[in-house]
Structures are given as C-alpha cells and as structure tokens.
Design a protein around this ligand. Structure first.
Ligand SMILES: Cc1cc2nc3c(=O)[nH]c(=O)nc-3n(C[C@H](O)[C@H](O)[C@H](O)COP(=O)(O)OP(=O)(O)OC[C@H]3O[C@@H](n4cnc5c(N)ncnc54)[C@H](O)[C@@H]3O)c2cc1C
Length: 544
C-alpha cells in the first residue's frame, strides 16, 4: 500500500525511556472510533496524540453513511418515545444470541459480559452523542422514520427513532461519513489533539507495570517511540484485509469487503503476546459485495439492492433468497454449505434486471449495482435475450473462476432461468412474494432504492421483468463490511487478560475489539452508535 509502512513483528519491547514524544493518551487509529476517543480524552484535560497508519484520517468511517444507533436518544425523549433499558436489552439479546435467548432469565440468556456491554450502550450512547454535538464535533439530525432492522419483532419496543445522522448529510444520508470525519477532525485540530498520519503502530512498549507507549513506523523506514502517561487506546478496525485471519477465524469463506484497506487486524497480533482474550472472532458485520470488486479500495458493500424488476438466481437458475433482506442477513445466504455435494452452491448469486430497472432504479449510492450512465459499470453483464444473458454470465464466471474455486453455471441454466422469471413475474404481478416474502418488513422497503412510481401498487419491491431484453446481470457474493472480533474489553474499554483482569494501560474501542453483538446487526448505525458510547466510557475510565 502506498504511503503505509510494512508490517513488522508485534512482539512487545521493554523500557520506559527514550521516547521521541510523550502524551497522556495515545490513540492508535484515526477512524470512527479513534477520533471520538481522542476528543473525549482531550475534553477531560489530557494531552492526546492520534497515530493513524494511512496517509489520511477517517478509516472506514469516512466511507460510511455514518448512521449511528443511539437508544433512548434526546430527540426520542423529547418526542415522548420510550426506550427503556430492559426493553432495549431484550431486543439485543433476542438477536445476538437467539439460541440462548431467555426472556425470563436474569441476563436474558446473554453472558454477564454480553449483558454488561449491551447495557453500557443504553447507558452511554445518548450522553456521548450529546457531548459530541454540543462541542460542535458531530452535530446531528434525528431520523424518526428509520426503523430498526427487526422492528417487527415483539421484542422491539422502540422500533423507530434510534438513528441519528450527521447534520449536514444529504437527504439520502449516504454521505454522512465524509461529513462526520470532517467535523470530528476539525474539532480535534481546534481543541489541540495532535494528529499524525502515516504512522503504523507495530507493537507496544511495556514498562515494569503497564503498557507505557507504542512503536510506530513510517513509510520512510523510521521508527518512532511514543510514550503514554496514562493509556494507549487501540481503535485500529477489524481484519477484513488480512486473508489469513479471515480464512482462519471467520466460519465462512467471506470475501474482502469494504473496510478501509489498512484494516488488517493489527491489534489481534499486537494484543496476543500481552495475554488478551479473543472473543467473537467468528463474526463480522456482513454485506453482499459485487464479486469483481472485492479487494478494491473503492468498494462499497451492497447496503441496498435496488430494482423492482430484479431478482437473484443461483448457478442453476433458481431463485434462492429474498433479495431485499437487510445486508447483514442477505450476506449469510451465500455461505450455505451443501454437505452432499461438498460445495457452497450459493457462493456466487447472479443479480438480474431489465431495462425498466436500468432506467428507473439506477443509483450509485449504498453500493447499488444498477448504476447510472457514466459511472463504472464494469461489473454489468448484458444480453438481448435471457439466452444471450446466460451465455454472457457463463463467460464472466469463467473469467473469475480463480476466485471462486471454479464455480460454473449448471447445465440447463438458461431454461431454468426462464422458468424462474415466469414464476417471479406471476408473484410480482400479484404483489406478493409467497416464495420468499420480499418487501414484507419495514426495513426491506427502506432499502428498496429508487423505483418507478406505479399508482396503487401494494408492494414497491416487486415488478415483473419485461418479456423482451435487453437484460442485465452482475455477480454477487458475501463479504465483510468489517469484522467484529478481537480482544475482549470490559464496558469501559479496558482490554482483559486470560484471567479477566485488565491489562494495565491498554484499552480498545471499535471493530478492533470484540463486539458483544455476536451474530446480530441490530439496526442501521449499530456499529457507530455503540462505538461512540464506548469511546466516551473509555475516556471516563482513563480520567475519572
Ligand atoms: C460503505 C460503508 C458504509 C457504512 N455505513 C455505516 C453506517 O451508516 N453506520 C454504522 O454504524 N456503520 C457503518 N459502517 C461501518 C463503520 O464505518 C465502521 O464500523 C466504523 O468505521 C468502525 O470504526 P473503527 O474506528 O473501528 O474502524 P475504522 O473507521 O476503519 O478506523 C480504523 C483506523 O485504524 C487505522 N489503523 C489500522 N491499523 C493501524 C495501526 N497499526 N496503526 C495505526 N492506525 C491503524 C486504519 O487505517 C483506520 O483509519 C459503514 C461501512 C462502510 C464501508
């Protein structure tokens, strides 16, 4: 990577002298977690240095829409909406650990740790969001109409209103991350946080009692020793871009997703020799990704699959999934293992649409694949008829065979596809998808994307494909937005060792540490809302 130092050994070094510079708090990573951590610590009177590996600040958060999920937020309270902690925890527990969920249990089936971590989000997210807003670091606007991803569940007693977005985000809210990073960075500069980019932290420095600093390298080959009087806080994101960690920890063969390219699991390696306990390494925030863009720095996961005259089929030509499921759930569909055939039959699904969708559902926001004229459409496959399209899909799959284990279309794909389109068209004409229930929950309609207005239609996610071409297709698979496993912390960001005791001086916030959400993606903003809560709590723990 240009401007980024290569990885070196993560083995800690010893000594408490010879620092090039010393601050009270050293924050490693300048993205969605690092910048709030830096600000909250600065506002408690500390000297703070941020060390960012990439040539620019922002991390994955700069690419994000930056919705942030804040239970019991101030606008909800002002509007008289109730969001009690017990109810919030019930929703969280039901989704995070569905097989252990116990509505009558003292921790609802969660472990004590998970219960405490989830409770901390309810306790602190709103306070943290208000502080960031009051100080001009992250002014927000409330989104009263945005539902949780499982708003229809009985356990969700506050199904709407938990999402905030940066105040200056556009109406579609897709560009919130750029806005948030701009205002957070400006506040950090204004308030005297030292921001160093191009500094890759390689390892920690230990003194006799605690983590006392870090060594960072720059692309010019220099090693810098940065001391921390009070704490080192890691906020280095997940391990999306480390193929080895992904292959060895995730339970599924997920492709590289849309985290910033510098998120390579550095904290997993750095914290290992310190005795940190890893948790939830098998989970990620997931999203479908266009297969041919996996690994590209500009990749944006498919947060919204647009188009009504549009469907997904597998390699046999059959429809196998509700295309409008929320992204984390849709991404799971690619990884069904067929034990009889010893393969992942749905590893690649083919999105298919017609000219009507091309004209009315084109958008380059939220990772949509039906893109407007003039934008990169190298992923789009074309055919005048469904037969032509089938041959073109077969050719494209052959070209990318090295990335899929040689996945090919089954014999008879074109004929099966025609039968599938006929069936889909009958369902769409009736406005009810009795096969996969597309469009039947609020979140599926929220992420439907632009469609042609049709007076009186019941289900805006469905429309028959045209009887004539041209038709279009794209190859889709499942990827990580970023991972959510790593060293376990307590609810105040202290990294815990194998006995459950804090490792003195070492803290972590964000996707570099274990998220208690486990398999769940509770709502839009479910990464950044909790991150802001934990950033605030960590600062309070460092400087009570
Ligand atoms: C397109 C897109 C849309 C999204 N939309 C939303 C949304 O609306 N709401 C939401 O909640 N989440 C969203 N997310 C997810 C969200 O962006 C991440 O969960 C969030 O940014 C995580 O924050 P983080 O600080 O843990 O990681 P990041 O924001 O990725 O920051 C980590 C930083 O650490 C740096 N780093 C890594 N290793 C080192 C090292 N060794 N030394 C120094 N620095 C290092 C990286 O370069 C990076 O800048 C979205 C993600 C994407 C890609």
């Amino acid at each position: 990577m240009d401007g980024v130092a290569a990885r070196e050994s993560a083995r800690p070094v010893r000594g408490d002298a010879g620092f090039d510079v010393v601050a009270d708090v050293v924050v490693v990573g300048g993205g969605g977690a690092g910048l709030p951590v830096a600000l909250f610590n600065r506002w408690r009177g500390n000297e703070v240095i941020v060390l960012e590996k990439a040539p620019e600040l922002g991390g994955t958060a700069k690419k994000a829409a930056f919705w942030y999920w804040v239970p019991n937020n101030r606008p909800m309270r002002a509007a008289g909406l109730t969001d009690e902690k017990d109810d919030f925890l019930r929703y969280v527990a039901r989704l995070s650990r569905p097989t252990r969920y116990d509505p009558d249990g003292p921790t609802l089936g969660l472990t004590e740790w998970e219960y405490a971590m989830a409770g901390a989000i309810h306790d602190s997210a709103s306070e943290a969001a208000e502080l960031l807003a009051e100080r001009g670091a992250l002014p927000y606007r409330h989104c009263p109409a945005v539902p949780d991803y499982w708003s229809e569940l009985d356990e969700d007693n506050a199904p709407y209103g938990r999402v905030l977005v940066p105040a200056d985000a556009s109406e579609s809210m897709a560009d919130g991350g750029e806005n948030a990073i701009r205002t957070l960075t400006a506040a950090a500069r204004r308030d005297g946080v030292e921001l160093r980019t191009g500094h890759r932290v390689q390892r920690v420095i230990l003194n006799a009692t605690r983590v006392a600093g870090v060594e960072a390298t720059t692309a010019d080959g220099h090693t810098h020793r940065i001391g921390a009087r009070k704490a080192v806080v890691f906020a280095t994101g997940g391990f999306t871009h480390d193929d080895d960690l992904r292959a060895n920890f995730l339970g599924v063969p997920a492709y590289r997703g849309c985290a910033v390219a510098t998120n390579e699991g550095d904290f997993v390696r750095i914290a290992g020799p310190l005795g940190a306990q890893l948790r939830n390494m098998n989970y990620a925030w997931m999203c479908p990704v266009p297969l041919e863009r996996s690994g590209r720095a500009d990749l944006v996961g498919m947060f919204s699959v647009s188009g009504d005259s549009m469907l997904f089929v597998d390699k046999t030509g059959r429809r196998v999934v509700n295309e409008k499921l929320p992204y984390n759930e849709l991404a799971q569909a690619f990884f069904r293992w067929d034990p009889a055939a010893a393969e992942y039959p749905h590893l690649v699904l083919v999105q298919i649409w017609d000219q009507r969708a091309a004209e009315h559902s084109a958008s380059d926001e939220y990772g949509r694949l039906i893109v407007p004229p003039g934008t990169d459409d190298s992923h789009v496959i074309r055919g005048e008829t469904l037969d032509d399209l089938s041959s073109a899909i077969a050719d494209r799959l052959a070209k990318v065979a090295a990335t899929t284990g040689g996945l090919r279309l089954s014999p008879g794909f074109a004929e099966t596809l025609k039968a599938t389109v006929t069936r889909y068209n009958d369902l769409a004409a009736a406005g009810r998808d009795t096969d996969f229930h597309r469009g039947e929950t609020p979140v599926q309609q929220l992420f439907n994307g632009p469609v042609k207005e049709e007076p009186g239609r019941e289900n805006p996610t469905l429309w028959p494909l045209a009887p004539h071409g041209p038709y279009y297709a794209a190859l889709v698979t499942g990827g990580t937005l970023d991972t959510k496993g790593g060293p376990r912390t307590d609810p105040d960001g202290r990294v815990l060792d194998d006995t459950g005791a804090p490792i003195p001086g070492l803290y972590g916030v964000g996707n570099c540490v274990a998220s208690a959400s486990a398999q769940a993606y509770w709502a839009g903003g479910a990464t950044l809302g909790p991150i802001i809560a934990f950033a605030h709590r960590t600062a309070l723990a460092i400087t009570p």
